[in-house]
Design a protein around this ligand. Structure first.
Ligand SMILES: [Zn+2]
Length: 294
């Protein structure tokens, strides 16, 4: 499909699990995140707030759909239902491009159910490589993906999880957590370098975000709502919330996000749109009101 000028061909979304905004700022301030620094020098770093339970399922489900928990049914790691068919960014892009030349893929350390409880519907047409043993393996598979699909148009989600594991084991603020951030940033840099080597960088968007932070000084993330969106795209105009991530990416890949049904909860971060008042949706079947944390 031919898109109008100004849109990008490909996009990679990196998911750094459990990384708070302040930790990234600290890394940048100390000069430890060179790949991020380069990305931000020509792109944007915006604050993203989490307006629901701060855990992985609730976070990634919103990031990868653009919908509130009331619509996806994913309120938390323990309170969730299968996301309605067709609602994920993978399925939306696939439907939009409707071509064998387009591939939407996820390379994920955990099972797909652990971050995006969609069971059959996402796997049907999209390439998902899950349950990888560690982030190094995730990185290797992402590099292989680019080599293999360099001639196709793609959306790729790469999920690194060791940042979350390090903080659960050693605690927020630990050296292990920071070391894990540095390793994740270096792996992200390797994949960006590969994009450049393959001549794909100019035509590809690069985004980095996280599902939640950590409770300060603790090994938990009960109330850790300050994350970020870093982008090669210098057109991001405002800070936002997690529901804005998918609309932003889909919009930059050519979709008219205003026409998506049911209407997305988030808005692209490309315009200085004032926050819209949210429509009221029926509570998803099986969802508990108590889990609605706003
Ligand atoms: Zn966690």
């Amino acid at each position: 499909m031919q898109k109008a000028a100004g849109f990008y061909q490909n996009a990679i979304l990196f998911g750094w699990d459990g990384i708070a905004r302040h930790l990234v700022k600290k890394g940048l301030a100390y000069g430890y995140l060179p790949n991020l620094k380069t990305l931000i020098s020509t792109g944007t770093f915006v604050a993203i707030d989490v307006l629901h339970t701060t855990d992985s399922k609730a976070g990634w489900a919103q990031i990868l759909t653009g919908y509130d928990p009331e619509i996806t049914g994913v309120f938390s790691n323990n309170n969730y239902q299968v996301i309605p068919k067709g609602y994920t960014i993978f399925e939306r892009l696939h439907k939009f491009y409707d071509s064998d030349n387009f591939i939407a893929a996820g390379i994920i350390g955990r099972s797909i159910e652990a971050i995006l409880p969609s069971y059959g519907s996402v796997q049907e047409k999209n390439l998902l490589i899950c349950c990888l043993p560690n982030d190094e393996a995730t990185c290797v598979r992402a590099l292989e993906f680019l080599n293999q699909h360099r001639d196709k148009q793609f959306f790729l989600f790469v999920h690194f999880e060791e940042t979350d594991l390090a903080a659960h084991i050693f605690g927020d603020g630990s050296r292990a957590q920071f070391a894990s951030l540095l390793a994740t940033e270096a792996r992200t840099g390797q994949i960006i370098t590969k994009l450049k080597q393959l001549g794909l960088y100019e035509n590809s968007l690069v985004y980095i975000t996280s599902d939640h932070g950590f409770d300060i000084g603790k090994r938990t993330h009960h109330n850790a709502p300050c994350v970020f969106l870093i982008s090669k795209d210098h057109n991001l105009r405002r800070q936002g919330e997690q529901a804005d991530v998918a609309p932003t990416i889909m919009n930059r890949l050519g979709l008219d996000t205003d026409k998506i049904q049911p209407p997305l909860s988030g808005q692209p971060l490309l315009k200085m749109t004032p926050p819209v008042s949210r429509s009221v949706y029926p509570i998803a079947k099986g969802a508990k009101l108590l889990d609605k944390v706003f």
